[in-house]
Design a protein around this ligand. Sequence first.
Ligand SMILES: Cc1cc2nc3c(=O)[nH]c(=O)nc-3n(C[C@H](O)[C@H](O)[C@H](O)COP(=O)(O)OP(=O)(O)OC[C@H]3O[C@@H](n4cnc5c(N)ncnc54)[C@H](O)[C@@H]3O)c2cc1C
Length: 400
Amino acid sequence: MNADQAQVPSNQTGSVVVVGAGVAGWRAARDLRNAGFAGSVTVVGDEAPYDRPPLSKQYLAGEFDDARISLYRGEEPGSIDVTVREARVASVRSGVVTLADGETIEADAIIVATGSTARRPAMLEGHDVHTLRTREDSQALRAAIADAGSLLVLGGGFIGAEVAATARTAGLEVTIVELQPQLLGAALGDACGERVERVHREHGVELVTGVGVDRLEDRDGATVAVLTDGRELTADVVVAGFGASLNLTVFDGAGLDLSNGVVCDASGRVAGLDGVFAVGDIAAWHDPVLDRPVRREHWQVAGEQASFVARTIAGTVDETTKRNPPYFWSDQYDVKVQVFGRPELADRAGWLEEDGVDPESVWAYHRGDALVGVVTFGIPRLLGAYRPRVTEGLATVTAS
Ligand SMILES: Cc1cc2nc3c(=O)[nH]c(=O)nc-3n(C[C@H](O)[C@H](O)[C@H](O)COP(=O)(O)OP(=O)(O)OC[C@H]3O[C@@H](n4cnc5c(N)ncnc54)[C@H](O)[C@@H]3O)c2cc1C
């Protein structure tokens, strides 16, 4: 043991229950062991752990199979002494997890990672419209597009845009309807949205933007989307990417503010429930710069929060522990869109013009002179060059 490790207080025994077996849940369990935690670790999830990002990309395209999207990646629970139970959790309170069948499991610490569910607004009910969140959703969509000539995508967010790209690559005629003026505009801003739109247009996708879906109708076995401007669109297969609703029922009746996820301190401790942590899509961790809870729905953030909480419980985290800036990506055709840093802290943004970089490849966010975030298009190898610059820029902002 080196001197640094010796200074970190150690808390390596006791029991931990993880609720939810997505990327955040499984990573929390695995990293408890990686951090040397020797107590009992139980993961309770209502499905086996698998990765979601390929569900709109390689798994949907049939390029990845079930083994390839398993989160275990060869490290089975038994090999690291983790118990995984397939069950639904009804409630979480300090020290106790109650399963849907009434069984209770006591724990010294509980990590909640219940994620989200695809939003299905009432408008979709009774219509043959796909949504995409689970492996089964992806399998059903894959089977549907295999026999189809056309796809209508309602909602041009990340998942809608990725499904459109996958289906177009498979040869379908694809139309996307998006309420905002640009695809991904709400997430990335108009200029980046336009950049993504160009890629879709170049691939022959029809974009209908700035128009909402008023209602769906069934006509002769086809689903017809009636838009708010009166236009009517239909296709062999219809998929809606209308966002996700958070799975927070385990906190029902606990008296928490659940208006935008579960409110946590800056280390993931749930406010109002001692010994309970929240990680991943549901978790709104306190942001010291903005002085408010911030929630993100990204794979990397979910894993890093889980790892941080695992190490906190194991006692191997202290105030010097480094935390990575947020990162997420999206793959559309052969273009990888990567977002690194904290665009929300910027006071200006624009295309970066630098030697060796194609025009409109790097959208940069500055706060004063500090580079606080970038969105890159189709230059995955170059992102590495921006990471240290953004990390340094953020350090000056967060320290001020
Ligand atoms: C199609 C798709 C593509 C994506 N692509 C990208 C991408 O390219 N890049 C990126 O950064 N992010 C992407 N994401 C987002 C990323 O996958 C999520 O941010 C991540 O999965 C969040 O992990 P999580 O563990 O918090 O939640 P989840 O992955 O939702 O896992 C939560 C688990 O908990 C279970 N659960 C819920 N309630 C209970 C209960 N009461 N009892 C027991 N179990 C319960 C759920 O069934 C689920 O298995 C994508 C998401 C989807 C759906």
